[in-house]
Design a protein around this ligand. Structure first.
Ligand SMILES: Cc1ncc(C[n+]2csc(CCOP(=O)(O)OP(=O)(O)O)c2C)c(N)n1
Ligand SMILES: [Mg+2]
Length: 683
């Protein structure tokens, strides 16, 4: 790779440069092709962000035509370099690149349909819509943190599978990406883990929506990254030779690399370049006309001259040999290892081993029932799951001993040894959740985390994106109610369960005992296309199911855990720690001659999705329905109806021993029985 190419020299891949018949196309024309497509597509849509693609076109042209390893014919090639456009508002940069490089997912027609219903070119890049896009971006900072996760996944899998995993992760990040708090968590983690295959290109244009960055920021980003253990430098982001030299140097770094590329937002636009006005709206016909003149791009909208398009398409073929060589290496791998690698990258579970592990746990619980917290039950489950499912990578945001996410045999994944399977994420819930998304997106890994349920709020934006993308990331969230006791209301979640249940495509599990805990773990692992939260207790709970049952009773989201004697007058629905309270209430009601049944509801979402007949049977026909959960009522009406009785929380908790708190807030068997009786009387 020639790092010294001048700005007018051909930006052709080394293997094509000088080959007979290959016309040299100037870098400027390569970059202008991106600019033109971006401004014309935004103009046609009358909506979008031309500034970033026009400003970062030089950086992107150098990266994609000379450094990035990928094959448009196989966007899922496991050993491709990953490229993340963290500043998702610049989506036209990606769409232009995908089209120019020859990815079949983005045709010229799709570019003309930018931001329209059903197009492959939505407003922000969506990995589940457009092949060639690694992750959904738009909420600033997330992509950068995803990139950190991808780089962790690469190092871990390389440690395990050797040379068939050997690629880099590139991130293009904007001012906004670096201003978001999550970026600090991501940068610090990457520096600590010495992720030297991670290269961040900072679109250092000094402009955000409100205007000059100087309105709101005066951070020295070079020093900031260096302080976090990165190598950082600044280049002229419109000088292809300088960009290439910095990228060349980055290849041999012993730490993550940040290259601040000084660019002009909206480069080429006669009056809007360098101004916030080019950030997020169509430039307008006059400005576009002026840009065409200024850039020296006389071609009509959406027309890329043949020789420029073919130079781009050739750049798209650059890694064909590397791809073929990789396939050969994969073919010569030990067959068992190869099969294992392919299984993991596909996201298939080791079915038999997982089934065996679940059965082992259930048999042990039937043999010796355990009165333990569900967080401890989760650890007990993990002791069998971790050896059975080698793609599981666990962690905690500095609450390892409280979350019980590390099993005895797990070693630490760190800079000294990437083969470990436990990550000390530090006190970085948001960075953790976003890095987990990156690992899941990379493939080959099922990440799971640990923190307190109340801090799900600190991770929520990343959990939301996992749900949107359909990524399997599993969050162990312990200390799931006032049941955590003395730490008090700052640590006691009351609205978090409802808030998490509000996220589409997220499974929220709240198991009632050790048996439900292993069942919920199994369901979370099986949920290939969605994230899960396991809400677990700090306090001990009785084991309600003491007989071995192979069937996963949590699979329908709810099941009758205690039947009524005779025709039920009351159905009590409860989750987690409150199921035992509901069971005691049933006994109290029976003493008063009222027949009640108890339904455990470990997962609202799965209940909602269960076949109608099962749902009806579980909900039942008792005259009175009571819900019990040490949390707010929101969401419960779907089960108990608006006329159902609810025993739970309506305000924040308090600091006290947990049993006192349950009494104080009236979440007791007596209160549940009384709520049922009052309803019966009022009917
Ligand atoms: C978390 C989040 N907050 C706010 C926004 C809205 N938004 C989109 S781009 C942007 C900032 C633009 O500045 P910069 O990141 O430097 O991008 P540039 O204008 O240079 O392209 C903002 C606030 C967002 N996308 N994500
Ligand atoms: Mg900016």
């Amino acid at each position: 790779m020639n790092a010294k190419a001048s700005s007018t020299a051909a930006v052709m891949p080394a293997e094509h440069r000088g080959s007979p018949g290959a016309a040299a196309v100037a870098h400027k024309d390569m970059a202008n092709a991106i600019r033109a497509l971006a401004m014309d597509a935004v103009e046609q849509a009358k909506s979008g962000h031309p500034g970033l693609p026009m400003g970062a076109a030089d950086v992107a042209a150098v990266l994609f035509t000379r450094f990035l390893k990928f094959d448009p014919a196989d966007p899922a090639w496991a050993d491709r370099d990953r490229f993340v456009l963290s500043a998702g508002h610049g989506s036209m940069l990606l769409y232009a690149l995908l089209y120019l490089l020859g990815f079949s997912s983005v045709s010229l027609d799709e570019i003309k349909r930018f931001r329209q219903i059903g197009s492959k070119t939505p407003g922000h890049p969506e990995n589940f819509i457009t092949a060639g896009i690694e992750t959904t971006t738009g909420p600033l900072g997330q992509g950068l943190a995803n990139g950190v996760g991808m780089a962790i996944a690469e190092r871990h899998l390389a440690a395990e599978f050797g040379a068939i995993v050997d690629h880099r992760t590139y991130v293009l990040a904007s001012d906004g990406d670096l201003m978001e708090g999550i970026s600090q968590e991501a940068i610090a983690l990457a520096g600590h883990l010495k992720l030297n295959r991670l290269i961040v290109l900072f679109d250092d244009n000094g402009i955000s929506i409100d205007g000059a960055l100087s309105l709101s920021d005066s951070v020295d980003q070079i020093k900031r990254f260096e302080a976090a253990g990165w190598s950082a430098s600044r280049v002229d982001g419109h000088d292809p030779a300088a960009i290439a030299a910095a990228l060349e140097k980055a290849q041999g770094s012993d730490r993550p690399v940040m290259i601040a590329c000084k660019t002009t937002i909206g480069f080429g636009a006669p009056t809007k370049a360098g101004r916030a006005s080019s950030h997020g709206s169509a430039l307008g016909a006059d400005e576009i006309k002026g840009a065409r003149e200024k850039l020296g791009w006389p071609h009509p909208p959406f027309e890329i001259p043949g020789e420029i398009l073919s130079a781009w398409r050739k750049a798209g073929e650059r890694s064909k040999t590397a791809h073929a060589d990789w396939r050969k290496r994969l073919a010569t791998l030990d067959p068992a290892k190869r099969a294992e690698f392919e299984r993991r990258m596909k996201g298939d579970l080791p079915k038999q081993a997982l089934a065996d592990a679940v059965r082992t746990v259930k048999q042990a619980l039937a043999a010796t029932p355990k009165e333990i917290a569900t967080r401890t039950a989760s650890e007990f489950a993990l002791e069998s799951l971790i050896p059975a499912v080698p793609e599981m990578i666990g962690g905690s945001a500095d609450l390892t001993g409280s979350n019980n996410t590390r099993t005895k045999a797990m070693t630490v994944l760190g800079a000294a040894d990437y083969s470990g399977r436990f990550i000390h994420y530090g006190i970085r819930e948001h960075g953790m959740a976003a890095a987990m998304n990156g690992m899941a997106l990379h493939g080959g890994i099922i990440p799971y985390s640990g923190t307190f349920l109340v801090f799900s709020d600190y991770a929520r934006p990343a959990i939301r994106l996992a749900a949107l993308m359909g990524e399997r990331a599993i969050h162990v969230m312990t200390h799931d109610s006032i049941g955590l006791g003395e730490d008090g209301p700052t640590h006691q979640p009351v609205e978090q369960l409802a808030a998490l249940r509000a996220i589409p495509n997220l499974l929220v599990f709240r198991p009632a005992d050790a048996v439900e805990t292993i069942e919920c773990w199994q369901l979370a692992l099986d949920a290939r296309d969605r994230p899960s939260v396991l809400a677990l207790t700090r306090q001990n709970l009785p084991q309600l199911s003491q007989n071995f049952l192979d069937k996963n009773r949590c699979a329908a989201g709810a099941y009758e855990i205690a039947a009524a004697e005779g025709k039920a007058q009351v159905s009590i629905f409860a989750t987690g720690s409150e199921v035992a309270i509901a069971a005691e209430a049933k006994t109290l009601l029976a003493a008063k001659g009222v027949a009640a049944r108890v339904v455990s509801v470990p997962c609202f979402e799965l209940l909602r999705e269960a076949p109608e007949a099962i749902r009806r049977a579980v909900i039942g026909e008792a005259r009175v329905k009571v819900g019990v959960e040490a949390a707010v009522r929101q969401g419960w009406d779907a089960i108990i109806g608006s006329d159902g009785a609810f025993v739970g929380m309506s305000d924040f908790g308090a600091s006290a021993p947990y049993k006192d708190l349950y009494r104080h807030f009236g979440i007791t068997p007596e209160a549940v029985a009384q709520a049922a009786l009052s309803k019966l009387e009022s009917r």
